[in-house]
Ligand binder design. Structure first.
Ligand code: NAP
Length: 284
């Protein structure tokens, strides 16, 4: 068996071409107002700075603007909340991205939850998560939402399959599990206290690695014919899942890089366009 490569880079490019047309139509019917994503970067983590830069670049590629807010490492929760509040009240801003993680003195959950639900295009609020989990209209957390687009595009069957998600973070593992459940998978969530991780991974028809540890999930644990999605990215193009030999025995596989990463940015941009369209409709 030769694994189908779930090429997030090329799908994101295709979706960007469609988004560019949507944005152009939206600008015309909305008095030349360009949709705007506000990004907030707190502190001096170079990886976070790169991610924010990439998100701003993606906005430009589809004809949107971005406002870049940069705050120092010493920022307090109150200061960040005030910034978020200003952006909530700015009618020109359609989406708000607070780059995770923020410095540890900040109450990240309080700040995520301060984002106006209508502008929560990265799907980080508790309310947005709850609505998504209940299958009500909501912007999904960008990384799992991007993964779902990727699986859908490649026609990966989910209903009745056993999905194993390794990782339970609020932005990735938990919403991923809820989305797969909503797609009628039987879902197992693993985390740092899970006993016998290898045994759980071996059960997976659909495996999602979201642990943040290079190649923690070993290739030999994974069963033949599984669909393997690796959200991890570490220096040297290494993911959270070891890939040795998998290309010859699993059904499908995301490359690292070029799999989940581009789809995360694409989901964010796509949800920002949707928010701008809703704002334009509401104003008419
Ligand atoms: P995180 O907040 O650090 O969460 C990691 C999760 O992995 C936690 O739930 C943790 O369990 C679990 N874990 C840690 N060690 C484990 C072990 N030995 N066995 C089983 N589970 C273990 O990370 P995250 O933000 O979800 O990110 C996860 C990965 O996705 C990272 O590699 C990150 O770089 C990547 N990521 C990629 C994108 C993208 O756009 N491509 C976006 C976001 C994240 P506990 O809950 O018990 O601590």
């Amino acid at each position: 068996m030769t694994a189908l490569i779930l090429d997030g880079k090329s799908l994101a490019q295709q979706r960007e071409a469609q988004l560019k047309e949507s944005v152009s139509g939206l600008v015309q019917r909305n008095g030349n107002r360009t949709p705007i994503l506000a990004t907030i970067l707190v502190g001096d983590d170079p990886a976070s700075a790169t991610y924010v830069q990439m998100k701003g670049n993606a906005c430009r590629r589809v004809g949107m603007d971005s406002i870049k807010v940069e705050l120092p490492q010493s920022t307090t929760t109150e200061e960040l909340l005030a910034t978020i509040n200003d952006l909530n009240n700015n009618p020109d801003v359609h989406g708000i991205l607070l780059q995770h993680p923020v410095p540890e003195q900040i109450d990240e959950r309080a700040c995520f939850d301060a984002i106006d639900l209508a502008k929560d295009v990265d799907g980080v609020t508790t309310q947005g998560f709850g609505r998504m989990a209940m299958a009500e209209p909501a912007y999904g957390s960008a990384t799992p939402a991007g993964i779902m687009h990727l699986l859908e595009h490649y026609g990966i069957e989910l209903s009745g399959k056993h999905a194993v998600v390794v990782g339970r973070s609020p932005i990735l593992g938990k919403p991923m599990a809820a989305m797969l459940l909503n797609a009628n998978c039987t879902v197992t969530i693993c985390h740092s206290r899970t006993a016998n991780l290898a045994d759980h991974v071996a059960q997976a028809d659909i495996l999602v690695g979201a642990v943040g540890r290079p190649e923690l999930i070993r290739a030999e644990w994974i069963k033949d014919g599984a669909v393997v999605v690796d959200a991890g990215y570490h220096p040297g193009g290494i993911g959270d899942i070891e890939k040795d030999g998998l290309e010859n025995r699993v059904a499908a596989l995301t490359p690292v890089p070029g799999g989940v990463g581009p789809m995360t940015i694409n989901a964010l941009i796509s949800q920002t366009v949707e928010a701008a369209e809703k704002a334009a409709d509401a104003a008419q």
